[in-house]
Design a protein around this ligand. Structure first.
Ligand code: PMP
Length: 298
């Protein structure tokens, strides 16, 4: 078993200081812990460079704004702190996690005076769905009872920790039934996404994906849509109902962690990863290996 996340070597950037990993602590009466006042990012490091660093850094600020939190850092400052923690931990291929949360000044639902804390960490990380990884038969998804909520009910477009309570319950339900991940519908019963990735369906050489109107519009999702357009593969954002999914030939999920992972099964319906999934995986691999955000020189 891997070392727990609070007992590792390395460095964590916390509120402007680079601390030894084990010393980066917060108090148990932090508002973010009790009331879900926390937003975060998940980023991939490829060959020493963070993929889409600018987009993730902007999304951290946008997520905070949606929760009425002010991070107090510009996108450029977030990018610099991200690169600093990457460099301090000497990670070539891994995962980078910025997080911002409400501190301890008030312990009540309101949090107007609570300080916003920010931390950045980075570690080596293998593939999310390893070893299946989509290069073989693909991952198995199970329809779960938990649904993506109405945008008037939750900050569905924010990468907010509170939203992940649903994702964790959904994923546990799928794993307990022997599947890899959850197949989630939304509050209207439409196909939405998985617990931590967006979903795409392929039929007759064309790709379709649910509109991101009540779940996270993933940066990988947006990248894949653009890639398909650039490659001349027809792609449409549309409503997909669960009773239509057996009509499709190929299915894949996308996310910073999942990258492009083929789906081999949804409930009892099996899919074989085909040529479009493979072409998209190859193109994504090429794109992520480009140096897109070189470190600024003074
Ligand atoms: N949906 C959810 C619920 C997620 O947690 C993620 C991962 N952040 C995604 C979709 C994919 O987002 P991205 O491509 O930006 O990683």
């Amino acid at each position: 078993m891997n070392a727990p996340f609070d007992d590792r070597d390395g460095f964590i950037w916390l509120d402007g200081r680079m601390l030894p990993w084990r010393e980066a602590k917060l108090h148990v009466l932090s508002h973010g812990l009790h009331y879900g006042g926390s937003v975060f990012e998940g980023e991939r490091v490829y060959d020493g460079t963070v993929f889409k660093l600018h987009e993730h850094s902007q999304r951290l600020i946008d997520s905070a704004t949606m929760l009425d939190m002010k991070i107090g850092m510009s996108v450029e400052e977030i990018e610099d702190a991200s690169r600093d923690v990457l460099e301090a931990n000497n990670v070539a291929n891994g995962y980078l996690r910025p997080i911002a949360w409400r501190g301890c000044e008030e312990m009540a639902v309101s949090a107007k005076s609570n300080k916003i804390h920010v931390a950045f960490t980075c570690w080596d990380w293998p593939k999310y769905f390893f070893p299946k990884g989509g290069e073989g038969s693909g991952v198995a998804l199970k329809t779960v009872k938990w649904r993506r909520p109405d945008p008037l009910t939750a900050p569905v477009h924010a990468k907010a920790a509170g939203n992940y309570a649903i994702g964790t319950m959904a994923k546990h339900e799928a794993m307990d039934a022997g599947y890899d991940d959850a197949f989630m519908l939304d509050y209207k019963g439409r196909v939405a996404e998985s617990s931590g990735s967006n979903i795409f369906f392929i039929k007759d050489g064309a790709i379709r994906t649910p509109k991101a109107d009540c779940f996270l519009n993933g940066i990988t999702r947006q990248t894949v849509i653009q890639m398909a357009k650039d490659m001349g593969i027809p792609i449409e954002e549309t409503t997909i109902m669960p009773d239509e999914i057996s009509d499709y030939d190929e299915v894949f999920v996308t996310g910073t962690a999942a990258e492009i992972t083929a789906v081999g099964k949804i409930d009892n319906k099996e899919y074989t990863p085909g040529s479009i999934t493979k072409r998209m995986q190859e193109a994504y691999k090429d794109l992520t290996r480009q140096k897109v955000a070189p470190r600024k020189t003074a």
